[in-house]
Design a protein around this ligand. Structure first.
Ligand code: TPP
Length: 539
């Protein structure tokens, strides 16, 4: 009879999970030994990086990805990537080793309570009762991870399990799409037909549900203005489309003000709403018909207002377009003109950097962003119209950007991934540079070097905390030398007249690259908001 190890590799193969992201330790060696030749192991030098690359790879491939970390040692280090996967609704099957069952009771070195540690941020955390359940648990974890809302699952596997005898495990087809209730959607149709001025809010679930085209078609059918959800982990509407009105602000009253002109608002695939600063107000203006269509029962139950309908967002958009009346083009909200062309100032401004990048990058580039105080400029100047073009830190945990960019590039070799990253954010998972070099993942990393935590300084001003706060400056870090230390080609840009050539050179060459740009300090706005929104005062 086969062993647990042999059956597991067979199950992984049948499930299409032949790329394994990990960082090994003694408790994983009985599994990792003699890996079959059709498997590929991608080593992350830190578990945040290993699981973070898996996350990016899963985003690129739109399928579950297998991760193997080291006992509690690396479940802890990898936890922030697990939390990212949870908030990003990304299906990861994460495994860690556990000490040998035969002396687990004695709490030996490296014994692991990882199952309890990760539980709030995974869909399932499990250590099987019997060794021979391990392959079946991996298959079950796969089906569950992929089920909307997708997310990570976690299995802890004692190191002596791998050599046990094990019967074969059938891999099954588990259909994942859940259609929304048509009777509930009819209520949305009625509200749209009665509306004078509807708006659509698009969220990242539209991409999970392959609903990009459906959202565009619905918006055009209704001639409705479209907003991106606040602090979006993905962009899910063409940026230059005539109906696109930009992003919503992440605070109650300012967001309600943005939507005040609309009498019906349909949120497709986003929470209602993701806030950052506490500026109390209505969710939307009283009297506005608010609907949420979401693949997440959690988002539906947590929404602060409106009617929520659970189900596939692409199917819902299709249904609404088929049943609602087409609307003539309304002139209530003219398309905003292009942003002003920034001047080439010294030091270089993030606005100038992104306006040049937009000119130089291919139209199918993929942006993986983590540059907190420059987010607004990036949002304004990078005009991408392709699906699956933009990814960002889903719940504010820095360290997402670098490894996600590497994973996205590995899963998307035909499109160039660009990772604009703050010099502070760069440090949280910097080892991803090494993996990029080793795998020849051709990411262009653009470090915005302002030598401080500008976003936090901006928040100090925004909330009147004042500037007398420790730990806000990070002088003396040379990202070029760090990258070179990992074997990556890297250069610095200081003058505005150098930047275009540096970008062009990067895009025309092969292999990963890092460009460290000395930029002006940022933080004038807090996620697009200034004092006019009446922010909270924490002084
Ligand atoms: C893991 C983690 N630690 C700390 C923070 C708090 N934080 C939010 S923004 C920020 C500054 C990031 O600096 P940088 O990447 O240089 O961007 P800048 O603010 O200068 O634009 C910090 C430390 C966080 N969000 N996540």
């Amino acid at each position: 009879m086969s062993t647990v190890r042999e059956v597991t590799y067979e199950v992984l193969r049948k499930l299409g999970m032949t790329v394994i992201f990990g960082n090994p330790g003694s408790t994983e060696l009985p599994f990792l030994r003699d890996m079959p030749a059709d498997f590929k192991y991608i080593l992350g030098l830190h578990e945040r990086t290993a699981a973070g690359m898996a996350l990016g790879y899963s985003l690129a491939k739109a399928q579950p990805v297998f991760v193997n970390l080291h006992s509690i040692a690396s479940a802890g280090n990898g936890l922030s990537a697990i939390v990212d996967a949870y908030h990003n609704q990304t299906p990861l099957v994460i495994t860690t080793g556990q000490q040998d069952r035969r002396h687990l009771f004695a709490e030996p070195f490296l014994s692991s309570r990882a199952v309890d540690v990760v539980r709030p941020y995974v869909k399932w955390a499990y250590e099987s009762m019997r060794a021979e359940d391990v392959p079946a648990a991996i298959a079950r974890g796969y089906y569950l991870a992929a089920q909307p809302p997708a997310g990570p699952v976690f299995l802890s596997i004692p190191m002596d399990d791998w050599t046990h005898e094990c019967p074969p495990v059938e891999v099954r087809k588990v259909e994942q799409t859940v259609l929304p209730n048509p009777l509930a959607l009819d209520e949305v149709v009625r509200a749209l037909d009665a509306s004078r001025n509807p708006a659509i809010v698009v969220g990242s679930q539209l991409e999970q549900d392959h609903g990009w085209q459906e959202a565009v078609a619905l918006a055009e059918h209704l001639n409705a203005d479209v907003f991106q959800d606040p602090i979006p982990p993905r962009w899910t509407f063409p940026r230059t489309h005539r109906l696109f009105r930009g992003g919503l602000l992440p605070a109650q009253q300012p967001l309600a003000d943005q939507l005040a002109a609309y009498d019906a608002v349909v949120v497709l695939g986003a929470p209602i709403f993701l806030y950052y600063a506490y500026v109390p107000g209505n969710t939307v203006k009283p009297g506005t018909h608010l609907f949420q269509i979401t693949n997440s029962s959690n988002h539906a139950s947590a929404a602060l207002a409106g009617t929520s309908i659970v189900g596939n967002t692409a199917a819902a958009a299709r249904y609404l377009r088929a049943r609602s009346a087409a609307r003539p083009r309304s002139n209530s909200s003219p398309q905003p003109g292009p942003p002003p062309t920034p001047e080439p100032e010294y030091p270089i401004t993030p606005a100038y950097l992104f306006s040049v990048l937009n000119r130089v990058m291919p139209r199918d580039a993929v942006i993986c962003e983590e540059c907190p105080s420059a987010k607004g400029d990036l949002d304004r100047y990078l005009l991408l119209d392709e699906p699956r073009s933009f990814y960002s830190v889903p719940n504010g945990i820095l360290g997402f950007g670098l490894p996600a960019a590497v994973g996205l590039q590995m899963g998307n070799p035909q499109r160039r991934v660009v990772c604009p990253v703050g010099d502070g954010s760069f440090q949280y998972s910097v080892q991803a540079l090494w993996s990029a070099v080793q795998s020849n993942a051709e990411v262009i990393f653009i470090v915005l070097r302002n030598s401080d935590y500008s976003a936090l300084k901006g928040f100090c001003d925004f909330t009147q905390v004042g500037r007398n706060v420790s730990g806000m400056d990070i002088p003396g870090i040379d990202a070029v030398k760090i990258a070179q230390g990992y074997g990556m080609t890297a250069r610095e840009v200081d003058r505005p007249e150098e930047i275009e050539l540096a970008f062009r050179e990067a895009f025309s060459s092969r292999g990963p690259r890092l460009i460290s740009v000395n930029v002006a300090k940022g933080g004038q706005k807090c996620m697009g908001m200034d004092q006019s929104v009446n922010p909270p005062n924490y002084r």
